[in-house]
Design a protein around this ligand. Structure first.
Ligand code: SF4
Length: 408
């Protein structure tokens, strides 16, 4: 059976693989408050759905009727689940923002005959890959057919910031909607994408050609394969960012649990102090190593200077001696010396047919070609038997007030 993905499910993985695992793999049981922003979006979407559904049945609501159903939603059974996170804003402010946006929409589009509504809150579902292993699902707010025959895919937005026109022209979600609509109605010739920004009272429109849709399909498919690999390897590392503060899995998250346990904010079955001791020791030793490395570097420079000035090569000490020798050699820059020049000489060597000068980079071979299925089938099959799995532990240190740096 084909596995289903939506644009937002893929987006969750991109934002944080661990959050994806909590949500879609483990289906972790946590309390799920709804952010007031999401509540506002839902309230506005439902109000507009009702407005256009009634219109489909020949009745145009008055502005007051529309606003009444909007306010009823805010008073509905889910009202206690909403959560305000921004300081200085109350639920009332969000309610007013929504009703202002709806009034603006009403004034601009009344009597709502700028096209015939063909579907509202339409579920779309279509195969993402030719073999049908994966299905893409989504919900389109409204599909409407204009008098000139163009079919519009309409998406309402309640975000406070409007994106650029260019971002709509490359918008994954809208491109996938178009593929879904085209799958359901293959005869639609001309399709336009429209996002209506309700707070701003503005529209963004775009048309995507086949080439753009193929690009979106390809990258979505790649993202799905990446998720499938993560599932196969059970590899969902936490990706910390500003959104952690709003993450409902915060207390379960492996990136947060130790700190919470140490601060006695959660109860855990492990010894938080033991972990703290290990981390303290590690930080101290790596700090000492940093200091020693820098002292060694300075000493080496002094020794080199000393030997050059007094023409000696072996400097004796009680416990042994230090030998200083100087060699000078010529070579071309490596990638880490100077990446630009390295690429330039690589091209020159390739022009000269010096294939033996190229070292195989197995990581590039895997990531760019094998994993992305860009190799001829027979080569892919022959390479497959060499695949190995490596698990490595990366330890990083973080000192308060400093950026993180890889350590070992
Ligand atoms: S708290 Fe942050 S790192 Fe942890 S799961 Fe949530 S988003 Fe990911």
């Amino acid at each position: 059976m084909a596995r289903s993905y939506s644009n937002s499910k893929i987006g969750t993985f991109r934002t944080c693989p661990r959050q994806y695992k909590f949500q879609y793999v483990e289906k972790a049981a946590v309390e799920k408050p709804v952010s007031v922003e999401a509540f506002l979006g839902d309230a506005v979407h439902r109000t507009l759905e009702r407005l256009y559904r009634l219109k489909l049945n020949g009745r145009v609501q008055t502005a007051d009727e529309m606003l009444k159903s909007y306010h009823e939603y805010w008073e509905g059974p889910d009202k206690d689940k909403r959560k305000v996170t921004r300081e200085n804003l109350a639920v009332e402010d969000y309610i007013n923002t929504g009703s202002d946006a709806l009034k603006r929409h009403y004034e601009k589009y009344h009597p709502f005959d700028d096209g015939v509504t063909m579907a509202l809150e339409k579920n779309i579902r279509f195969p993402l890959d030719p073999a049908g292993h994966f299905t893409l699902v989504g919900v389109v707010d409204r599909i409407s057919r204009r008098d000139d025959g163009v079919v519009e895919i309409i998406d309402y937005k309640t975000s406070s910031v409007m994106p650029t026109q260019r971002s709509l022209a490359d918008n994954n979600q809208m491109g996938l909607y178009q593929m879904g609509v085209k799958y359901l109605w293959p005869d639609f010739e001309r399709i336009e994408l429209k996002q209506i920004f309700l707070r701003q009272g503005m529209e963004l429109k775009a048309v995507m050609d086949e080439e753009k849709l193929e690009e979106i399909r390809y990258r979505t498919y790649q993202a799905v394969l990446e998720i499938e690999r993560a599932v196969g390897d059970d590899n969902f590392p936490p990706k910390e960012s500003a959104i952690c503060d709003w993450c409902i899995y915060y207390e379960l998250c492996p990136a947060k649990r130790h700190r919470l346990a140490l601060d006695e904010e959660i109860e855990v079955a492990f010894d938080a102090d033991q972990g703290k001791d290990l981390a303290e020791q590690y930080l101290q030793l790596s700090e000492s190593r940093k200091k020693i490395d820098s002292e060694l570097k300075a000493l080496k420079e002094d020794l080199v200077r000393y030997c050059a000035e007094f023409d000696v090569t072996n400097v004796a000490a009680t416990e042994g001696s230090v030998t200083v020798s100087a060699t000078e050699s010529e070579s071309f820059p490596t990638k880490s010396d100077n990446e630009k020049e390295y690429l330039a000489i690589s091209l020159l060597a390739r022009e000269g047919g010096l294939e033996e000068c190229f070292k195989l980079d197995p990581r590039v071979l895997y990531k760019e070609f094998f994993a992305r299925k860009r190799l001829p089938e027979d080569l892919e099959a022959r390479l497959k038997k060499y695949l190995i799995k490596k698990r490595q532990s990366i330890v990083r240190t973080y000192f308060k007030g400093q950026n993180k740096r890889p350590d070992e």
